[in-house]
Design a binder for this molecule. Structure first.
Ligand code: ZN
Length: 849
């Protein structure tokens, strides 16, 4: 059933629920098409509640029976839920509903994936399981019994009893319904255990489908590392006797933090050296940590309403990034996060989908699991920590956990603990949560007899979400590098609060070069009037690893933009600067590999449009290719050594050290392949005993136009492995020539293994295509048409995944009039589909503007 007119929900309209739930008992009789769910819920009126209406959410349920205190009742049922007359005193609600897990292709609520039952309830999926006040501020303890002919029957909390085809679970911690989970199927457990700091032994299990047992060890270790880290760094101990993770193949997102029963997209947990790349390992470690860390930041302390989503997500992303920094290289992690922020969050914040980290309205909450809420939300916490200092941050977090344990909270509660521990007024800082848009920060310098003055200006463009943005509190980390390359002023954090503000450094001998926004201390677009020579100086000497990399990137931008606009040759000073860094054996190979990267083509398009130019995807593509070729020539003598020296001979280990070496040797390989017709890539392909080496070799072969044989061999070798086949599909799209990328996609979608209802497979092909800048934006419009066709096909089956992929169109106003017309026609064509989902309708109407 679909809603006729989507409703907009406003933060300002929040009212508490009129009832308190003391206890929930659920009983499941599993059946693929007719699962019966019985609920028994003890309600009592909230004292002094302003709204006493008894409303329970419910969608796609058939109500079999309902009783209050044992007497049958006839509630008034709508497609969204039910209302019923209830006593003005404590009462027990009992209902039985029937649901259809097999027919649930949206993967929200109770659904089936490869014969197993699983659930996804965040944000509003529980209402597809039974009638309930499906809002995060209603917290309750759950007892769950599951009946079904399956060896494994799981729910949240601790097991109470289990017998033949039945199991009972009790979760002692009050939780909102979005953290409910149930799993049933023929699964095998990879066991482990962890002893908490107070000496409690916790059983750990990673449940997978038979056949995947060999892909569990890494995830299990990552879980133990996460549990230990959260004790060491945040003092947070686990609070149940059991922690289960389940891998499922059909999942809309990465993973879900259900209490004691995390459910993971199999791509976010299953790993082995033969089937997973170094990047996969790092991502899996981070996601396991992320979901585990939610146990405190999300579950023990949850959100009052969905507008507060960043309260758990921003903080938990921030925590998982700290974890990865500690486990691996902090500099490499920071640079990776900034690349990602610029690639995903900046376009969102600068386009029609712009919204504050804490949005103030939505139609479909699923559309707000965004880079802004998650990644910018984490940046805001990083800034807060920088402003108050590490010690005050720890104190504030301790207070947060003490004061709010067991509660459903708001951003106001979060900021209050910082105000209370530091005495600071965070009124202005709060704008980071309430205003949309990326601040533009510019800095100019003046120099006068040993005194350097930095003049800063900040300006945030207006957006649909924020008409008149006010100045932010900006922590700007600055250091000064002398002419001889020594640091003459170590990092200091300037606190900018005004639209324009100057800061003075005196007692300097000769004029230094200012290293501004070290560590990317605020999520802004910085314009600094540095000469190429000054940038090259920082690239050679900056002590801040982020800024050192950043100056290389700025030079690369300058070089590429000059080539795009004026047909200039690549900047020699930039090439020389990069050359010195990549050849410096004292530097971390992973860091040097990053130095060999270029801004992506869509980042270049963004830079051009920020400067008021219209990006031409073909010219951007050609400039990128020419620049890669120039790098291959300029570094030709160095590359073979880099490649050999960093090829790992030892048995594969997914640690940062080996991964860094492989990243550097593979970065060298991709340049070498330009001049050797793929000979070395073929050699590496033939010798590869791990997926990192195999996939990188394959990508290079395909890019060089020599991949046919290897593509076939790869498919023959891996056709039984779903996750590896996702890579096979994706790689062919990513490496396709822009001219025929849409044809490659069409061919792949006809492949018998293109199961488009599986979100991972759909994303592997269509998601990769949307990210293929020159291919997607093909001048014929074929790319737009193709993506639109597939979005139309997927929407009735899986609205959430469809809607997320609509963001491929969010940058459409950057491009020329012809492309804009073609995109607009496709947006309108999708919007005119009868019965289009609320998710997709909201996304496209916002994008269309
Ligand atoms: Zn999360």
């Amino acid at each position: 059933m679909r809603d006729a007119a989507p409703q907009t929900i406003y933060l300002a309209d929040y009212t508490p629920y009129g009832f308190i739930i003391d206890d929930v008992a659920l009983h499941f009789d599993l059946d693929p098409r007719k699962t019966r769910v019985k609920s028994r819920i003890s309600f009592r009126p909230t004292p002094d509640a302003s709204d006493k209406t008894f409303f329970l959410h419910g969608e796609n349920l058939s109500l079999v029976s309902a009783m209050i205190d044992g007497t049958p009742v006839s509630p008034e049922v709508t497609p969204q839920g039910l209302t019923c007359d209830v006593p003005d005193a404590p009462f027990v609600w009992e209902a039985e509903v029937e649901i259809d897990p097999m027919g649930n292709t949206a993967l929200e609520g109770l659904y089936m994936s490869n014969g197993m039952y699983c659930t996804q309830c965040e944000a509003e999926g529980f209402r597809k399981i039974t009638y309930y006040p499906d809002r995060p501020d209603v917290m309750a303890v759950f007892t769950v019994t599951i009946n079904g002919p399956h060896p494994v029957l799981l729910s949240n909390g601790n097991p109470v009893s289990s017998g033949n085809d039945t199991a009972e679970w009790r979760d002692p911690w009050p939780k909102p319904a979005y953290l409910f989970a149930l799993v049933a199927g023929d699964l095998v457990a990879h066991p482990g255990s962890f002893t908490t700091k107070s000496g409690r032994k916790v059983d750990l299990n990673l449940y997978v489908r038979p056949g995947d047992e060999g892909k569990c060890a890494f995830g299990m270790q990552a879980l133990k590392d996460s549990m230990k880290w959260d004790e060491d760094v945040y003092g947070r101990e686990y609070d149940l006797d059991l922690f289960n993770i389940v891998a499922v193949d059909d999942f809309n997102m990465g993973a879900m933090e259900n209490k004691g029963l995390n459910i993971f997209n199999s791509s976010a947990v299953l790993a082995s050296p033969e089937t997973s790349t170094d990047m996969n390992f790092e991502r899996i470690e981070a996601i396991i940590a992320h979901e585990y860390f939610h146990n405190w930041t999300g579950n023990r302390i949850t959100c009052r309403d969905w507008f507060q989503l960043c309260l758990k997500e921003g903080l938990t992303v921030y925590r998982d990034s700290q974890f990865t920094s500690d486990m691996r290289s902090a500099a490499v992690k920071r640079i990776g996060d900034v690349i990602d922020l610029r690639a995903r969050q900046f376009p969102e914040d600068q386009g029609p989908l712009a919204h504050p980290v804490r949005p103030e309205s939505f139609q479909e909450i699923n559309n707000f699991y965004t880079a802004t809420v998650y990644e910018k939300g984490a940046e805001v916490i990083g800034m807060l920590k920088l402003l108050v200092g590490d010690a005050a941050y720890s104190k504030a977090l301790d207070l947060y956990f003490d004061r709010h344990d067991g509660q459903a909270c708001t951003i106001e509660d979060w900021l209050q603990v910082f105000e209370d521990t530091t005495g600071r007024d965070l009124g202005q800082f709060k704008r980071w949560y309430s205003q949309a848009g990326t601040p533009q920060l510019s800095v100019t310098e003046s120099w006068d007899h040993g005194t350097l003055t930095l003049h800063f200006k900040q300006h945030t463009p207006a957006s649909a979400a924020t008409a008149d943005p006010q100045p932010y509190v900006l922590p700007i980390a600055v250091g000064l590098i002398g002419q001889d390359g020594d640091e003459v002023h170590e990092t200091t954090v300037l606190e900018m609060t005004q639209a324009e503000q100057s800061f003075v450094f005196d007692d300097l001998g000769t004029r230094p070069v200012a290293s501004v926004l070290r560590g990317f201390s605020a999520p802004v677009v910085l314009t600094q009037d540095l000469s190429d020579a000054d940038r090259a100086h920082l690239l050679a000497h900056d002590t801040d690893p982020f800024n050192r990399w950043e100056q290389g990137r700025m030079l690369a931008y300058g070089s590429l933009l000059a080539m795009i606009r004026e047909g200039k040759a690549p900047n020699k000073d930039w090439l020389a600067g990069i050359r010195a860094v990549i050849g410096d054996e004292t530097l971390d190979p992973a860091y040097r590999a990053l130095m060999l990267g270029l801004p992506s083509q869509s980042d270049l398009a963004r830079a051009l449009s920020e400067a008021g130019d219209t990006p031409d995807p073909d010219i951007i593509y050609a400039a990128t290719e020419a620049t890669r070729a120039a790098m291959a020539d300029a570094f030709a003598d160095l590359l073979p050594t880099l490649y050999r020296r960093h090829t790992v001979d030892a048995p594969f280990e997914p640690n940062a050290k080996q991964a860094g070496k492989r990243a550097l040797s593979n970065a060298a390989l991709s340049l070498l392949t330009r001049n050797d017709d793929g000979v070395l890539a073929q050699e590496q392909y033939d010798a590869a005993d791990n997926m990192t080496q195999q996939l990188s070799a394959l990508a290079n072969l395909v890019r060089a136009g020599r991949g046919n044989k290897a593509v076939e061999a790869f498919e023959a070798q891996w056709k039984a492995d779903r996750l590896v086949m996702d890579k096979w599909f994706g790689l062919q799209v990513m490496e396709a020539d822009p001219e025929d990328a849409h044809e490659v996609v069409e061919t792949l979608t006809k492949h018998p293994d293109f199961n488009w209802k599986n979100p991972n497979r759909f994303r592997a092909v269509l998601g990769a295509f949307a990210a293929h800048h020159a291919g997607f934006h093909h001048a014929s419009g074929a790319g737009y048409r193709l993506l639109a066709d597939w979005l139309i096909q997927l929407d009735p089956v899986n609205p959430q995944t469809t809607a997320r992929m609509c963001s491929a169109f969010q940058t459409w106003k950057r491009y020329d009039a012809d492309r804009q017309d073609m995109i607009k026609a496709e947006l309108d064509r999708i919007l005119s589909q009868p019965g289009l989902s609320r998710d997709t309708t909201e996304m496209l109407t916002r994008i269309r503007g």
